[in-house]
Write a protein that binds this ligand. Structure first.
Ligand SMILES: [Zn+2]
Length: 76
């Protein structure tokens, strides 16, 4: 016992969750933010943080709304 009870309060420094694409264990370090996008170290799929506590990852789909963007890129 003592006055330093707050040393164990910060237990959210590392997390581990499962990649929704390949079901590999993905380790998350530091503070998580909802909407943060990271890559799975196993399959390389982009994953978006949908939940923080408990951590949950969902597949991140960036190019879903504007397929015309690809046509413009081809003109270059
Ligand atoms: Zn994966």
């Amino acid at each position: 016992m003592g006055a330093s009870f707050d040393s164990r309060a910060e237990s959210s420094s590392t997390h581990a969750t499962v990649c929704s694409q390949c079901t590999a264990i993905v380790r998350l370090s530091g503070r998580l933010m909802i909407g943060e996008v990271l890559d799975c170290s196993a399959c390389g799929a982009p994953l978006e943080v949908a939940r923080v506590d408990p951590p949950r990852l969902v597949p991140f789909a960036r190019i879903e709304e504007e397929p015309e963007d690809f046509a413009g890129f081809e003109l270059l």
